[in-house]
Design a protein around this ligand. Structure first.
Ligand code: NDP
Length: 241
């Protein structure tokens, strides 16, 4: 059975990706950090559809936990698809950002991605597909997320570098850069803020986790066989230079 590993696959965008890839026929190895309940619910839903799934607790900032993840039997039998989806966004004004917070964000969003890749790279099948969830803010920056924007920019350029290095082996790496997506990340928005976001988006709506999952499904599927090192913006038409 083909295996897809989805980090942060138990809620938000990650949960939609886990469910979509299960529909595509992968058994799902998903990780969570703090939210075991939603992760178990996603696993149950996938299993009820007849596809195998398992949730593993793994804080990606902890190298020992990531090393332990790599010993899971589904990793040793070969990973076909790796989705690096986990992320944190704490909305701190760029002027107020301190070094501790910057390190925390980088260690989750960027170094955590690297640790996962490093731990499982020898278990990737020969034509493995890797999909990394970046952000529009990795391109355009944000007054309320300098740390987050920098971490996502680093993540995207790292992933593009990996794409170039892995291409001769037949492995593909792509980046999905979401705009505004309806998950807990936007849950703190006032009604007014939400309306202003909707007005800003040319397609006049906030994205859904399923919008992102559909793009991931395409990028790890056969129909995108000639696409690697790409950053696909899924943002309802927001202009990015
Ligand atoms: P959520 O806050 O809903 O989910 C974040 C996920 O990351 C959770 O599964 C969480 O696991 C996991 N996570 C956080 N910290 C760690 C850690 N240290 N180790 C392991 N896992 C961790 O956010 P979204 O679903 O919205 O975000 C998913 C991805 O999409 C993120 O990379 C985010 O940056 C990106 N994105 C989201 C946008 C949006 O508007 N929603 C826009 C652009 C990009 P747990 O709950 O178990 O702690």
């Amino acid at each position: 059975m083909r295996t897809a590993l989805v980090t942060g696959g138990g809620r938000g965008i990650g949960a939609a990706i886990s469910k979509r890839l299960a529909k595509d026929g992968y058994r799902i190895l998903l990780t969570y950090c703090n939210s075991s309940k939603p992760a178990e619910m996603v696993v149950d839903e996938i299993r009820n559809s007849g596809i195998d799934a398992v949730a593993v607790n793994c804080d990606v900032t902890d190298a020992r936990e990531v090393a332990l993840l790599a010993t899971h039997p589904w990793v040793s039998t070969g990973i076909e698809v790796l989705v690096i989806n986990h992320g944190r966004y704490d909305r701190i004004d760029a002027k107020e950002l301190d070094i501790d917070h910057l390190r925390r964000t980088m260690s989750t969003n960027f170094e955590g991605a690297f640790l996962v890749w490093e731990a499982i790279k020898t278990n990737l099948v020969s034509n493995a597909r890797i999909c990394v969830i970046g952000s529009q803010l990795g391109t355009r920056g944000s007054a309320h997320g300098a740390d987050y924007s920098a971490s996502k920019a680093a993540l995207a350029t790292w992933a593009r570098s990996l794409a170039q290095s892995l291409a001769p082996e037949g492995k593909r790496v792509n980046i999905v850069a979401p705009g505004f997506v309806d998950t807990d990340i936007l849950a703190g928005d006032s009604e007014e803020k939400r309306s202003s976001r909707e007005a800003e988006v040319p397609l006049k709506r906030i994205g859904t986790p399923e919008d992102i999952a559909g793009t991931v499904s395409f990028l790890v599927g056969e129909e995108s066989d000639y696409i690697t090192g790409a950053v696909i913006h899924v943002n309802g038409g927001l202009y990015l230079p």
